[in-house]
Design a protein around this ligand. Structure first.
Ligand code: OOG
Ligand code: MG
Length: 247
C-alpha cells in the first residue's frame, strides 16, 4: 500500500523548506492513478490551508517539453489562487524555478461537460508558467511529476482578449531583453484548443467542473528556461500582446 497522504506531505514540506527531495518512485511503487491521488491529496492540503482552486494546467502538450523532460504523455494539474503571480515572483521562495510561455484561457461559466468548454471561454491571453519541481535536479518519471502537481508553482497572464483562433500564435520568451525561446502555439497538440478540451475532460473525469474565473494553461510550446533572481521576463504572443514579470 502506498501512503498517499505521506507522499503528499513530503512534497509539501519540500516546497515549504525549499529542499528538493529524491523522486518518490525511488522508494514507492507509484503508478499513474496513485500519482494523481497524491496530487489530489496535495491540493486538499492547500485547500485546508486556505487556498482556492483557480484553474487547470496541462503539461507535456508539446514535443519540445516532452523532449526536455524525457516523458511522453500529457498530464494535468490544478492551479490555486496562491500561485497567481501579478508583476513579480519572489524566487527566494522557490527551489530551482524555470519559466515557460503559455497560452491561457479564461473560463466564463461553469463547464459541466467537455463539449461545453469552448463555448464557455470568455477570453484568451498570452501567459507564463513558473515551474518548480520539488525533486532533486528537476528529474522525475511520469508518475513523480504527476504526484508533484505537474511542477506547478506560479502563473500569470496578459490582458484577456476576446476568444479567437489561437492555433498558430508566434510565442517569444525573453529574459533580460534576450530571446530565450521562440515557438508557435501550433506546437501545443497542433492547436491549444485540443489541450483546452482535454483539460475539461480530465478535470470532469476527476469530478472537478471548471468554474467561472478559472484559468486553463494549455501547456508550453517551448522548453522552459531557468528563472534567476533579478530577472525581467517578457512573453509575447503575436496578436495577443505580452505579459511581463520580474523576480
Ligand atoms: C512539468 C510541467 C510541464 C508544460 O507546460 O508542459 C508543463 C515540468 O516540465 O516540470 O507545465
Ligand atoms: Mg506549463
Amino acid at each position: 500500500m502506498v501512503d498517499v497522504e505521506g507522499l503528499a506531505a513530503r512534497l509539501d514540506e519540500a516546497a515549504r523548506d525549499l529542499a528538493a527531495v529524491p523522486k518518490l518512485t525511488d522508494t514507492a511503487p507509484l503508478d499513474v492513478p496513485t500519482a494523481y491521488a497524491v496530487q489530489r491529496a496535495g491540493i486538499e492540503r492547500r485547500r485546508r490551508a486556505g487556498e482556492r482552486l483557480a484553474g487547470v494546467k496541462m503539461g507535456f502538450t508539446s514535443r519540445a517539453k516532452m523532449a526536455q523532460m524525457g516523458v511522453d504523455d500529457v498530464i494535468w494539474g490544478l492551479l490555486t489562487d496562491a500561485m497567481v503571480a501579478e508583476s513579480s515572483v519572489d524566487v527566494s521562495r522557490l527551489i530551482h524555478p524555470r519559466v515557460e510561455p503559455e497560452i491561457a484561457y479564461l473560463i466564463g461559466r461553469e463547464v459541466r461537460s467537455p463539449a461545453e468548454v469552448e463555448s464557455a471561454v470568455a477570453g484568451v491571453a498570452v501567459g507564463f508558467e513558473v515551474l518548480d519541481s520539488r525533486y532533486s535536479d528537476f528529474k522525475f518519471t511520469l508518475p513523480d511529476v504527476i504526484a508533484d502537481n505537474a511542477s506547478a508553482a506560479r502563473f500569470g497572464f496578459g490582458a484577456w482578449r476576446p476568444p479567437r483562433d489561437v492555433s498558430n500564435v508566434g510565442l517569444l520568451l525573453e529574459v533580460d531583453g534576450r530571446v530565450a525561446q521562440a515557438g508557435s502555439s501550433a506546437a501545443i497538440l497542433g492547436d491549444p484548443a485540443r489541450s483546452l478540451r482535454a483539460a475539461a475532460r480530465l478535470a470532469l473525469g476527476a469530478g472537478i467542473a471548471l468554474e467561472p474565473g478559472w484559468v486553463v494553461l494549455a501547456g508550453a510550446a517551448t522548453a522552459a528556461v531557468p528563472l534567476p533572481k533579478d530577472a525581467h521576463v517578457r512573453v509575447t504572443g503575436a496578436g495577443l500582446g505580452s505579459v511581463e514579470v520580474t523576480t
